[in-house]
Design a binder for this molecule. Structure first.
Ligand code: EPU
Length: 343
């Protein structure tokens, strides 16, 4: 276990916010994590703990007065191979996109549309990452965790994880209670591309790729190119991907919007509800490409807030609030951040 005091978090959050942690602890195994939890219990240490992954969905509003934990559990193990399916246990500290590449290289299929999403495997299972018509939960069977209060190991089935859109039990009533140590995936030996999400078929056509002969690697590379064209690279411009979630609203609310904006983009959720792209609403409010303090709205995708250089968490938060107020005034919808604010 490596523990660093007064550790800079600037390289540990993709917004590039210059916060520090009182302590930063990295562990290599479940045992090491249990030892740390056991020691805290023995010493009656109730100072706050924050478990991070790749820091791609965090906004530090100031320095962190407790211990920041990070997993370096990085094993990838096939636990079963039966019929069309392969079952793979992946360490929480594996970079998500390394895992996707590993799976595609191994001819284990399913994750292609989730290519190039920043972050690590453990956080992907907390946050239920999603893109291009796929979500992490579609491939997760269960999740191994350690209880950060008692050190006990607990397994959660996918049902117990209560996954929803960018949501799980680990973001709700069990927030902060369990650290994910491994995620168990079920992938397929047959490649069944999902191409229905807007833009994929067009991008394949533009690249002269025939759907019938499409390979998983070609689909992965196409998704990577689509993402790169729309989303800023955090090593060049600090950001945390989509800053807000797309709100799911009653159909009547959307029909009211349609009266003013007949071409408003939307996705059907069920008979009563519609998902409205927050990026579109933010753009309609005139925020796309704008700057407030040292925080800004990305020029090519209004759902992404960026650090224009040296921004504080507070400056990003001020921009967030200004956007929320304008979207609510214009559309009557309060949009909620997808990013976790750390006070
Ligand atoms: N739109 C605009 N202006 C903008 C941005 C979007 O009009 O500035 C419109 C687009 O034209 C389109 C619609 O909004 O009609 C949706 O846009 P897009 O396909 O770019 O996706 P999104 O809804 O903005 C979501 C996810 C992304 C994911 C993409 C692709 C959320 C919060 N975001 O964005 O996830 O990559 O779909 O599947 O659900 C992330 O979570 O960090 C993330 C990047």
């Amino acid at each position: 276990m490596k523990i660093t005091d007064n550790c800079s978090l600037k390289e540990r959050n993709t917004f590039g916010i210059a916060a520090t942690a009182r302590h930063f602890a990295e562990y290599d195994s479940v045992d090491e994590l249990q030892t740390l939890v056991g020691r805290r219990a023995a010493e009656d240490d109730a100072t706050p703990l924050l478990h991070i992954g790749g820091g791609s969905n965090l906004l530090f509003l100031g320095d962190y007065a407790g211990t920041v934990l990070h997993s370096q559990i990085r094993d990838i193990v096939v636990t079963a191979d039966e019929g069309d399916y392969v079952y793979v246990r992946v360490g929480a500290g594996v970079t998500w996109d390394d895992w996707v590449q590993y799976a595609v290289d191994s001819s284990w299929f399913g994750l292609e549309n989730l290519s190039l999403i920043p972050g690590e495997v453990g956080a992907a299972a907390v946050q239920n990452i999603g893109a291009y018509g796929a979500e992490a939960k579609d491939f997760i069977l269960f999740v191994d965790t350690v209880d950060l209060q008692t050190g006990a190991i607990r397994h959660f089935t996918v049902e117990e994880c209560r996954y929803g859109y960018r949501d799980s039990i680990f973001k709700q009533e069990l927030r902060g209670r369990y650290a994910v140590t491994h995620v168990h995936f079920r992938l397929s030996h047959s490649f069944r591309p999902r191409l229905d999400y807007g833009g994929i078929r067009r991008a394949l056509e533009e690249r002269g790729i025939d759907e019938v002969n499409l390979t998983a690697e070609q689909l992965r590379q196409t998704i990577i190119e689509i993402r790169r064209a729309k989303l800023p690279d955090p090593s060049e411009l600090g950001n945390a991907g989509s800053f807000f979630m797309n709100p799911i609203v009653d159909r009547s609310v959307f029909e009211r919007i349609q009266k003013t904006y007949p071409d408003a983009p939307h996705y059907e959720v069920d008979a009563d509800r519609v998902k409205v792209p927050a990026g579109w609403m933010i753009e309609q409010c005139g925020w796309k490409g704008k700057t407030l303090g040292r925080a800004g709205v990305y020029e090519k995708q209004a759902l992404v807030l960026v650090n224009r250089g040296g921004a504080t968490g507070k400056e990003i938060n001020d921009l967030c609030k200004a956007i929320q107020a304008d979207v609510e005034a214009r559309f009557g919808i309060l949009i909620h951040p997808e990013v976790n604010f750390i006070a």
